[in-house]
Design a protein around this ligand. Structure first.
Ligand code: GDP
Ligand code: CA
Length: 313
């Protein structure tokens, strides 16, 4: 079976690990969000691609969900000693090496998709990981700053530095309208038996991938099953509610499915807490959706595949 999954960081990566366990024979292509990418200290950092790569490759810091296991922070401390920031973005020594290799390759003229493939040669994630685009797309957030007035800041400044404590007036993927899907993205979607939306952030992960011209239409032509990142009226982790509020979508499993729309998704998994939720034109199933351990996560992925197979008939 050929599966395509659109993925952000932690929610996406954990689901993908369950998917690999549920479908060991499947050919899985992951289209990764690059809207969170940021240049720091002259280095190109791709947090979501790296979270998927480290998680599936066995290098992730399990408790944290991002960054490397057995990490040290000597470089960060040395930079701070020089007064060189930002200090709010946690880059460890091992992680720095990834960004140095990536930046060197980009500067030598390789596209991000080729660089990602090269990094995955080491990590062997067991999936084909492709960035959504080789073009630069950066998510920016418009905030009202008491000091500077209304201004747009990089998504990471809003998410990591401000912990989304300042309301987002708007969230924009800068560069998306002119971006082209990376080589292989549309082909993989066209060849897929099923497209899955892991419980990734609907706005700044899945939404950003879908904003690359051509991707949404390609996905809409397939059997698509999504897993809700919202249980009850809150995200399972993180501040996805702040992103949904910014685009005028209520924080609920039903509202997220309606936001994707019946023209895009065919099936939607919601948690048992949301049993009874209906979405017009979408087949909704309820089951436990907490990715609390590998077995629970595998069962979620298996349920998504079962529903997809049923809907594909
Ligand atoms: P990020 O890029 O690291 O923020 O990660 P993603 O965009 O891939 O996923 C973030 C989303 O994953 C959040 O909205 C969470 O609500 C969701 N999430 C995290 N853990 C779980 C879980 O165990 N179950 C479900 N259903 N969603 C989860
Ligand atoms: Ca992310």
């Amino acid at each position: 079976m050929r599966i395509v999954a659109l993925a952000g960081g932690i929610g996406g990566a954990r689901f993908l690990r369950g998917l690999q366990a549920a479908a060991p024979e499947a050919d899985i292509t992951v289209i990764g969000n690059t809207g969170d990418d940021i240049s720091l200290f002259g280095l190109r950092v791709c947090p979501d691609l790296d979270t998927v790569m480290y998680t599936l490759g066995g290098g992730i810091n399990e408790e944290q969900g991002w960054g490397r296991a057995d990490e040290t922070f000597t470089v960060k401390q040395e930079l701070a000693a020089y007064g060189v920031g930002p200090s709010w973005f946690g880059l460890g020594d091992r992680d720095f090496a990834t960004h140095i290799v990536r930046t060197q390759m980009l500067e030598a003229g390789y596209k991000l998709s080729a660089v990602t493939e090269a990094l995955c040669d080491r990590w062997k994630p067991g999936v084909r990981l492709i960035p959504m685009t080789d073009d630069q797309v950066e998510t920016h957030v418009v905030v009202d700053d008491p000091e500077h007035g209304r201004r747009a800041i990089h998504f990471q400044e809003w998410w990591v530095k401000l912990r989304a404590s300042v309301p987002a007036q708007a969230i924009t993927a800068i560069g998306a309208p002119d971006a082209k899907p990376a080589p292989g993205v549309l082909k993989a979607i066209e060849a897929a038996d099923v497209v899955l939306f892991p419980p990734s952030n609907p706005v700044v992960s899945i939404g950003t991938i879908l904003s690359v011209p051509g991707v949404r239409a390609a996905v809409a032509a397939k059997t698509v099953v999504g897993v809700s990142p919202i249980i009850g009226d809150a995200p399972v982790r993180g501040m996805a509610d702040a992103c949904l509020t910014a685009i005028g979508v209520e924080t609920s499993a039903r509202a997220v499915a309606e936001h994707y729309g019946a023209d895009l998704i065919d099936g939607w998994l919601v948690d048992e807490a949301d049993a009874g939720v209906t979405v017009e034109g979408v087949e909704v199933r309820s089951r436990p959706l907490l990715m609390s351990d590998p077995e629970a996560t595998e069962a979620i992925a298996a349920a998504a595949l079962d529903l997809a197979r049923e809907l594909a008939q």
